[in-house]
Design a protein around this ligand. Structure first.
Ligand SMILES: Nc1ncnc2c1ncn2[C@@H]1O[C@H](COP(=O)(O)OP(=O)(O)O)[C@@H](O)[C@H]1O
Ligand SMILES: [Mg+2]
Length: 211
C-alpha cells in the first residue's frame, strides 16, 4: 500500500480536490484507493455521503488513530491512500501525515502570497525526508503566471520537483464535486479530466522512481 499525503497549511489551494480526484483516477485504473480525511471540516467525508460506490473509501480520522486507520486499509488490500489534511495552521496533523507518507504532494496556488505561504509546509516535508513534489493548481490559462511561479519555486526549492502539468482553474471541479463525482467520472472528455489523468500518471512515475 502506498500512502500519499497532500499537504498545504492554507485553505482553498486544492488539497481535498486533488485527494478525491487522484483517488478516483486510481480507482478507474483498477486500483483500490482511499482518502483519509484529517480535516475537522470533513469536506471529503461530506462528499462521500453523496456517493454510493464502495471505492474510493473515505475514512475520517485524527492524528492518534491515523496508524490504526492505515493498518485497517492495508488489511483491505488498498493500493493507494491519499491523506487529506487541514486548511489552517496545524503543524501536528501535517507532520503526522508526512511521517506516514511514502510521497508528499504540495499544491501551490497562483499568487505570490500562495508561494510564500508554502514555506512552513515545505519545512515539514523536508523534515520528514520524503519524496515531494509541487502541483500548481487553480492557475489562469496562459504561461505568464505559471512561468513566474515555477521560476520562484525553482530558485527557492531547487531540490523539489514540480509536476509537469499545471492545473487550470476550471468550473468542472466544483460541478463534479457537487454531484459526488470526480472530474474524470463527471466529464471524461474534459480538459480537467485529462489534466487529472496526466497528474495521476506523473504520481505513478514518481512513486516508481522512489521505490
Ligand atoms: N483547478 C481548480 N479549478 C477550479 N476550482 C478548483 C480547482 N481546484 C480546487 N478548486 C475548488 O476550490 C475550492 C477549494 O478547494 P479545496 O480542494 O477544498 O481546497 P483545500 O482542501 O486546500 O482547502 C473548492 O471549491 C474546489 O472545488
Ligand atoms: Mg480541504
Amino acid at each position: 500500500m502506498k500512502k500519499i499525503a497532500i499537504l498545504a497549511q492554507k485553505g482553498g489551494v486544492g488539497k481535498t480536490t486533488l485527494c478525491l480526484n487522484l483517488a478516483i483516477a486510481a480507482k478507474l485504473d483498477r486500483k483500490k484507493s482511499a482518502v483519509i480525511d484529517m480535516d475537522p471540516q470533513k469536506s471529503s467525508s461530506e462528499w462521500a455521503k453523496t456517493r454510493s460506490q464502495q471505492w474510493p473509501q473515505i475514512r475520517a480520522t485524527s492524528i492518534s488513530f491515523l496508524p490504526k486507520m492505515l493498518s485497517v486499509l492495508n488489511e483491505l488490500k488498498t493500493h493507494f491512500v491519499f491523506i487529506d489534511t487541514l486548511p489552517k495552521d496545524d503543524d501536528l496533523t501535517a507532520m503526522a501525515a508526512a511521517k506516514e507518507a511514502d510521497i508528499i504532494i504540495i499544491p501551490v496556488g497562483k499568487s505570490i502570497l500562495d508561494v510564500r505561504g508554502i514555506a512552513p509546509t515545505v519545512k515539514i516535508a523536508l523534515a520528514a525526508n520524503k519524496p515531494t513534489f509541487f502541483v500548481l493548481n487553480r492557475f489562469p490559462y496562459g504561461t505568464a503566471r505559471k512561468d513566474k511561479v515555477i521560476k520562484v519555486l525553482k530558485s527557492k526549492y531547487p531540490n523539489i520537483a514540480i509536476a509537469p502539468i499545471c492545473l487550470i482553474e476550471r468550473p468542472t471541479y466544483d460541478a463534479s464535486l457537487e454531484h459526488g463525482l470526480g472530474v474524470i467520472e463527471f466529464k471524461p472528455k474534459s480538459h480537467a479530466a485529462s489534466d487529472i489523468k496526466t497528474l495521476y500518471r506523473y504520481l505513478l512515475k514518481q512513486m516508481k522512481e522512489c521505490g
